[in-house]
Design a protein around this ligand. Structure first.
Ligand SMILES: [Zn+2]
Length: 212
């Protein structure tokens, strides 16, 4: 492994980055605006909506149960920061597209020769709190600003990617068997240019309209 490149510094993305960095010395990259979040684990702003209204959905309870059983990631003690437009000197040489809104430093990574875009949590294919399926923004309870997320989405419509890799979503059935649909798979193809992205999916609050 040559490097760990984070799209943003939420703990479910930093994961075991610090343990791996300590053990192997690989550099960990993050946008400068998420540096303090990665280094301390402390959020610097409130998300735009409360989590509580989502508790009427079974999916939200399943997520809570999952998080309660997850280990708390260690803050990353040494970081390399990147900025918008930069091409990172790591395998694949991704270009950084700053796509704030989910967090301040959230960024998408464009692998131009491969025609692939890693969109991080700018998009997901399964609403983590309601279970609604299809390409969509993350819920307002997880975003600093959904309006900024929409501006970031507009920015991504200019990217000529054939494959977009959004947040991975895996659903489990009642007996714990993995359920999978095309829209849940990590190699899901979303066509940003087609504008077939649900941006008013959230039943727990009014969302800004997307005007690309
Ligand atoms: Zn996130």
């Amino acid at each position: 492994m040559a490097a760990i490149v984070l799209t943003h510094a939420h703990s479910d993305h930093t994961g075991f980055a610090e343990a791996l960095r300590e053990e192997t010395g690989v550099p960990v990259y993050v946008h400068a605006d998420d540096e303090s979040l990665a280094a301390t684990g402390k959020r610097y702003g409130k998300n735009e909506a409360s989590f509580l209204p989502y508790l009427r959905f079974g999916h939200a309870w399943r997520l809570l149960a999952h998080l309660a059983g997850a280990m708390k990631p260690k803050p990353v003690r040494e970081l390399m920061t990147y900025s918008d437009g930069e091409t990172l000197d790591v395998p694949g040489r991704p270009r950084v597209i700053h796509t704030p809104g989910h967090t301040s430093g959230h960024s998408s990574l464009y692998f131009e020769p491969a025609g692939a875009l890693i969109a991080g949590d700018e998009l997901c294919t399964l609403h983590p709190l309601t279970g609604a399926r299809g390409p969509q923004l993350m819920p307002r309870a997880f975003n600093l600003s959904s309006a900024k997320c929409l501006d970031s989405l507009t920015k991504l419509t200019r990217v000529e990617a054939e494959v977009v890799r959004p947040r991975r979503a895996v659903a489990r059935g009642r007996r714990g068997r993995r359920r999978s649909r095309a829209s849940d798979r990590p190699d899901v193809v979303v066509e940003p240019r087609s504008r077939r992205v649900r941006t008013s999916h959230d039943p727990c609050g009014k969302e800004p309209r997307w005007r690309p």
